[in-house]
Write a protein that binds this ligand. Structure first.
Ligand SMILES: [Zn+2]
Length: 471
């Protein structure tokens, strides 16, 4: 039998060691905590140094909140520390005091939420050539992508839904105040099938993988699941797929299915497990994406009434992207569909195709599908950032039968809902971030009053992006 004895002499030594060890740990923890506080303070001070929040009260203007179907006349909007403090009637008893606020008289002008373009690409492209946009040097594209982000904000877009390899870092650098830009809801590169719309057929597969600005070719349900998992490591806000063709190449006609139902379903299931939404490009067949459970249909050029009904019931958002089409179709002409195009007026196939598309948007609008504004801007020349999105708002009114107020809501609140950021932006509401425009005019009387030259002020997160003085 082994007897274990502990010498009493040892105990004080152990206590001493424990005590010195405890002191050592306390000192280390104290230093670590102090270091953490110091670092937090430095980050906060650095971030604050870059912010120049307006403390301002906008008095007397017409207020379009983005939440209400009627505008508020003779309004008051107060902003401070990046947020909205008050938005409502000017002579409301409970309105806060204006003391300490810069008072800005906006009589005869309109205050509305900052515009939201729910579909564009910070591609960095210089033109619309499908080989050039792969082969242009990556560093050049990165520089131009930053410039494209600036162009958005300077033209009134305070939030954008973005698909490209450059959007995620632009989002992060904007959020931390390192650069000025719109709020970016980014997917990173989307997924397309081999020989699909995002795969530039005239470049080698190696070139496409190395340099395509917005797409990556991935085939098959399990490879797609793996690709979604890979993309999640980059911290995107949504997953983008090209479910159909796009009309650039011989075997890429707009109407073709490119991903099978099983492939779309795999992406949706994999994304749903992590709670990330799926955005689906459909030029042709929209039904497989709607049935598979995509959250957001982009383009939907051949959306039918059964798709619309399902989208209405399931709350699937619809971004028709009609305004970039005259430019796009003149480079990549539509496919003539006998018995369909003949029903529409127009001197050319492009005009008939446009009439057909406008009619489809009108049907979806009447059915109550939630419609958003999307420019599909992908370079500054053919689809200028901001300007193309504003043109989409105009087209909704002049070609698709939408009311002025509903077109504005499509370009603000609906966009925020589709992009999952309605809790912070998309309407002028107390407690939300101060993303807003002062428009010199009344867009409820003429929708064309929303244009870049009429923007007296552009404010994002309570910071002044632009102010035309003396108007
Ligand atoms: Zn696009």
């Amino acid at each position: 039998m082994i007897q274990i004895t502990i010498s009493h002499k040892i105990i004080p030594d152990v206590q001493k060691q424990i005590s010195s060890c405890y002191n050592f740990v306390t000192v280390i923890c104290g230093l670590a905590f102090g270091g953490l506080l110091f670092t937090t303070f430095r980050i906060w001070r650095y971030a604050m140094r870059k912010r120049h929040y307006l403390k301002a009260a906008f008095v007397g203007g017409q207020l379009i909140t983005g939440r209400h179907k009627a505008a508020i006349q003779d309004s008051l909007v107060m902003i401070d520390h990046g947020g909205i403090i008050y938005a409502g009637e000017r002579n409301y008893d409970m309105a806060p005091s204006l003391e300490g606020y810069e008072v800005i008289d906006v009589t005869g002008k309109t205050i509305m939420p900052g515009l939201i373009d729910s579909h564009l690409h910070f591609s960095g492209n210089l033109n619309d050539n499908d080989s050039d946009w792969v082969r242009e040097p990556l560093l050049q594209k990165q520089v131009m992508a930053v410039q494209q982000a600036h162009e958005c904000l300077e033209n009134g877009l305070t939030t954008v839904g973005e698909i490209s390899r450059f959007g995620i870092p632009i989002r992060d650098m904007t959020n931390t105040g390192q650069m000025q830009g719109p709020r970016v809801i980014a997917t990173g590169r989307g997924f397309c099938a081999t020989a699909s719309h995002g795969d530039s057929h005239n470049c080698s597969i190696e070139e496409v993988n190395a340099g395509h600005p917005w797409a990556e070719a991935v085939d098959g349900p399990w490879e797609l699941r793996k690709a979604v998992r890979r993309r999640l490591r980059e911290c995107p806000d949504a997953i983008k797929i090209w479910a159909t063709g796009g009309g650039i190449y011989r075997w890429d006609t707009s109407r073709d299915h490119h991903y099978t139902y099983e492939e779309i379903r795999a992406v949706v299931e994999e994304s749903a497990m992590r709670g990330i939404p799926v955005w689906s490009h459909t030029y042709g067949a929209t039904t497989p994406s709607v049935d598979a459970g995509a959250d957001f249909i982009i383009h939907g050029f051949e959306i039918n009434e059964s798709d619309m009904e399902k989208m209405y019931k399931k709350g699937i958002y619809f971004c028709p992207t009609i305004n970039f089409l005259p430019a796009w179709l003149s480079t990549y002409p539509p496919q003539y569909i006998p018995g369909v195009h003949d029903k529409y007026e127009g001197r050319t196939l492009i005009e008939k195709e446009l009439a057909r598309l406008y009619d489809n948007v009108n049907k979806a609008y009447k059915m109550g599908v939630i419609i958003t504004v999307g420019s599909d801007s992908f370079n500054s020349d053919s689809t200028p950032y901001g300007v193309t999105a504003i043109g989409e708002i105009h087209r909704f009114v002049d070609s698709c039968g939408m009311s002025e107020m509903d077109a504005i809501i499509a370009g603000t609140a609906n966009g925020a809902r589709a992009l999952g950021c309605y809790h912070i932006t998309g309407s002028i509401t107390r407690g939300k971030n101060a993303d807003m425009l002062v428009i010199n005019g009344d867009p409820l009387k003429s929708i064309y009053d929303i244009n870049v030259d009429n923007m007296d002020m552009i404010i994002k997160d309570g910071e002044e992006v632009l102010r035309y003085k003396g108007k």
